[in-house]
Write a protein of this length. Structure first.
Ligand SMILES: [Zn+2]
Length: 897
């Protein structure tokens, strides 16, 4: 190993995994898989680290997997000099691919690639294709170029790449391996296997084969046997089969070979780098190739029996499931006869004949189930086996998650795996148990996440079929999960469907100007909140809370258009939010828990009379705990620890209403309040709003990726700026409430974070900051005043109660100290005097927050009014009123006076 690299890797292994030098080895490293300190590796060549617990764990990692960052920026680590014009390419071939430079030098050159669209460049390793052009591999952070990792120049159809100086016509070439990639080909060459690269899996090298055949015939030499060894996976396997039969038709002796599939999925180059490309591996690969190209279920069964000598074998052939069984008693008898009477047969021949007389082969399903992995939700302790089902007559496979109960019994399995008409499963209980055991032994485990958005255990954003971690974008693999470093994760269900355009080159910026023209600083403030909501969980971790945003405005004031547009930035279409008043507790709980680090919009739908009735059952105050991320509704699912699973609230709450939220001061101080109105609406703004509505989601949904990929810089900016705005808003005249200061400083910090990812002008930012100052002051004032309903109530009260000696509404005996009002009485008197009365339920809710006269409680009061009345009655005769009355009691005089 190159001394600098050796030094770097040894240092990291010692630091990160606690490896200790021990002679020729580094030992006592902590295994990333089983966490025992039994990892070891070579001290001079620490390419692969292995777990010493061979049977119990057996994990092994190439340092490339552990430290991808060392193996990605070749030009930076190995600058080109006049002495070393191919320094980066050489390092890539040696350290990145594990090749011996003495063997491969001169086969390639270092060149460069530039993408004009992305305005990005990289060094390449270029292999000439003589008479055609070249093939080159991008080597500096190739992920920046999306799907493009390599470039072809020239028409290579029908041709292969063969190593310069390799003599394919030589007499001793009896076998020729044809693989997909150049690096796979070079790997095999390192192990004395003559091979060429077809460059892509679907390129049948007809011209090169013909030329080789003619050249060898001219020399009077036999044709070599062809070994087709494309990559694993559907395409590679299909073409391997096709090319074997096509080349056989062309007169070649042809077989197939396959690199290992299943748990250890490595290509030829990776096998080489892990010292696994030995004769045993080659033999196994040829066996896998023979199974792949078997022409009947019978042939395949025979191959497997000969290899394993198992007397029961199940296998898939052409997307059907077969069961092969040898009757051991019959087999034994047949062998006895063969040993006695056919003395000239070899052992293999005897075994085969005896088997032919004693076996049964049955189709047990007319489809092929494959257990891909075990998926579990650690939080809720739910588990499933995830199956893929292939069908013989259709290309579409179906994927299905079965609980362990559904998978374990043949009857249950039969009824649950049924996913197509005419699909039959006839395995009996014994057969099913046997297969389940094999399917699930040491099966891969995938972690299931509950909610769309951010998962704090994995520190990863998952949006349906895209995921983001540490600034990198990941897509779902073929088996529908994300492989992110050592993690395998997926989403449980897509309760929230996001359609995000992952091509960030298509992310438009025009909408920012449009948003500004439509909504000015209010639009930018709401956008900043929206951006902040993508980091709500991280913010709550830092500051314990995340503000609620309230957008208030009459119908038509544009708040719905704004919110629907902001949703399209996250790939959610035709959606604004849900009406909490119309939802049951369970539905609200579901809505609150299905997303994380995404907004949750509560809106006012078209409410009917019945809804207005229900509204009395919904209290804004019940949402208070969401502010600091506590859940409102416990779901009571037991996990294995027997604790009730209490989901946290990880979203960001937005309330969009026609009228502002009426609630207690404790709720009000959690809210950032922005009002929308029609006062500035003109024909021109209407056109602009239409234009905003017409923005295509494909052009803007990349926003959510761009934002979450910039997590690091956004969080750094946030932390730095929030401190600044906290001090600033606290210094504003009249702003005292701690929550008001915190909420508005958080929002202001996110305005600055917007500038990290979007081109927003200085003036726009400044105007938005002044607006946020303004609403902070306004909120503080609102907290100090009574709610409009309460203010009106006291005005009506003053008017009705009168200033004379005989109070009409205050039942209190000591009226200079207390006000005691019976609300029914209040309503009766108010209607006598034709006074407006607010809805009683609403009034009761708000009166408790009264500041003009502080609410004391609901009490039974010895009524001064009734006592005066009764005194009069006793003189004049007539019905008396009860001495005591149930009253709402408030302090008097008011603290303000
Ligand atoms: Zn281990």
């Amino acid at each position: 190993m190159n001394p600098r690299l050796l030094n770097d890797i040894t240092h990291r292994l010692e630091n990160d995994y606690g490896f200790k030098p021990d002679g020729e080895y580094l030992r006592k490293g902590e295994c990333p898989s089983c966490h025992k300190r039994e990892m070891y590796t070579s001290a001079d060549e620490p390419w692969v680290i292995r777990c010493g617990r061979l049977n119990k764990c057996g994990a092994e990692y190439h340092v490339k997997e552990l430290y991808p960052e060392i193996f990605t920026n070749w030009s930076e680590r190995h600058p080109v000099t006049t002495e070393e014009p191919h320094a980066a390419a050489d390092a890539y071939m040696r350290d990145g691919r594990g090749f011996d430079l003495a063997k491969v030098s001169g086969w390639y050159t270092q060149e460069s690639y530039y993408s004009p669209e992305l305005k990005l460049g990289s060094a390449t390793v270029r292999f000439p294709l003589p008479g055609i052009g070249y093939w080159e591999r991008i080597i500096d952070k190739p992920e920046r170029f999306g799907k493009r990792k390599a470039t072809f120049r020239g028409d290579y159809k029908g041709c292969w790449w063969s190593a310069p100086g390799l003599d394919l016509e030589a007499d001793d070439v009896t076998e020729l391996w044809i693989v997909e990639g150049i690096f796979d080909c070079i790997a095999l060459l390192h192990h004395g296997i003559t091979s060429v690269s077809a460059l892509t899996c679907n390129n049948y090298p007809a011209k090169s084969l013909l030329a080789l055949a003619q050249a060898r015939q001219a020399l009077g030499r036999k044709l070599p046997k062809l070994v087709w060894a494309m990559d694993t996976g559907k395409a590679g396997e299909d073409y391997t089969r096709k090319f074997v039969s096509r080349s056989r038709e062309d007169g070649w002796e042809s077989v197939a070979a396959q690199p290992p599939t299943g748990k250890l999925k490595l290509d030829w180059n990776e096998l080489h780098q892990r010292n696994k490309l030995d004769s045993k591996m080659i033999e196994e690969s040829l066996y896998r190739g023979s199974l792949l190209t078997a022409i009947s279920a019978h042939e395949k069964a025979l191959l497997m029996f000969n290899k394993t000598a198992w007397n029961t074998i199940y296998f898939g052939f052409e997307s059907r499931l077969y069961w092969f069984e040898v009757n051991l008693e019959k087999y034994g008898k047949a062998m006895e006869v063969l040993v006695d009477s056919f003395k000239d047969l070899t052992d293999d021949e005897r075994r085969e004949r005896a088997m032919m007389e004693s076996h049964t082969l049955r189709e047990i399903a007319n489809f092929l189930p494959t257990a891909l992995y075990f998926q579990e939700n650690k939080l809720t302790d739910e588990q499933w086996y995830f199956f893929r089902v292939d069908f013989p007559h259709s290309g579409e496979s179906v994927k299905k998650a079965l609980t362990p109960q559904q998978a374990s019994k043949s009857v249950e399995f039969k009824s649950n795996i049924f996913c197509a008409p005419g699909a039959y499963y006839t395995a009996n209980a014994t057969q099913h148990d046997f297969m389940m055991k094999r399917w699930t032994e040491g099966i891969k485990v995938v972690e299931v996440l509950d909610s769309v958005g951010y998962s704090s255990t994995t520190q990863c954003y998952v949006f349906g079929d895209l995921a983001v971690k540490n600034g990198k974008l990941y897509t779902l693999n073929e088996e529908e999960y994300f492989e992110i470093g050592k993690m395998s994760i997926k989403l449980k269900a897509r309760a929230v469907e996001l359609n995000i355009n992952s091509d960030l080159n298509q992310l438009s910026r025009d909408w920012i100007e449009l948003l500004w023209q439509c909504y000015r600083y209010k639009g930018i403030a709401v956008l900043a909140f929206w951006l902040g909501s993508l980091f709500a969980k991280q913010i709550r971790k830092k500051h314990k809370s995340f503000p609620f945003l309230e957008c208030v405005g009459e119908p038509g004031s544009g708040k719905s258009t704004l919110i629907e547009f902001l949703w399209s930035l996250c790939g959610r279409s035709d959606y604004e939010g849900f009406d909490p008043v119309k939802s049951s507790n369970a539905a609200r709980a579901r809505n609150f828990s299905q997303v994380s680090n995404l907004p949750i919009v509560l809106m006012e739908g078209d409410r009917t009379e019945e809804d207005r009735f229900k509204q009395r059952g919904f209290d804004w105050d019940e949402l208070k705990p969401l502010f600091d991320g506590r859940s409102v509704y416990s779901r009571g699912i037991k996990n294995s620890g027997n604790e009730t699973y209490e989901p946290t609230f990880d979203g960001a709450l937005i309330i969009s209403q026609n009228a502002e939220v009426k609630a207690s001061p404790a709720m009000m101080e959690r809210i950032v309040h922005i009002e929308f109105d029609k006062s500035s609406h003109t024909n021109e703004t209407k056109d602009l709003a239409d234009a905003l509505r017409d923005v295509s989601m494909d052009d803007v949904s990349g926003f959510v990726l761009k934002a979450t990929m910039a997590e690091k810089s956004i969080m750094e900016t946030y932390i730095e700026r929030q401190k600044h705005y906290y001090q600033h808003i606290r210094s504003l005249k009249g702003v005292r409430n701690g929550r008001v200061i915190l909420n508005h400083s958080q929002l202001s910090a996110f305005v600055d974070c917007l500038a990290c990812i979007l081109p927003i002008g200085k003036r726009e930012l400044e105007e938005t900051h002044s607006f946020i100052e303004y609403i902070a002051v306004e909120r503080q004032q609102a907290l100090e005043e009574d709610h409009r309903i309460v203010q009106e109530f006291w005005e009506t009260y003053e008017f009705l109660n009168g200033n004379d000696e005989t109070p009409r509404l205050n039942h209190a005996r000591k009226e200079e100290l207390q006000i005691a009002i019976n609300l029914n009485h209040f309503v009766a008197v108010a209607s006598d005097f034709r006074q407006q009365i607010p809805e009683l339920g609403e009034l009761k809710k708000m009166l408790k927050t009264s500041r003009t006269h502080k609410f004391v409680g609901i009490k039974t009061v010895n009524s001064a009014i009734n006592s005066a009345w009764n005194a009069r009655r006793r003189n004049e005769g007539g019905d008396e009123k009860p001495a005591t009355v149930k009253c709402w009691v408030f302090e008097n005089p008011s603290p303000k006076k």
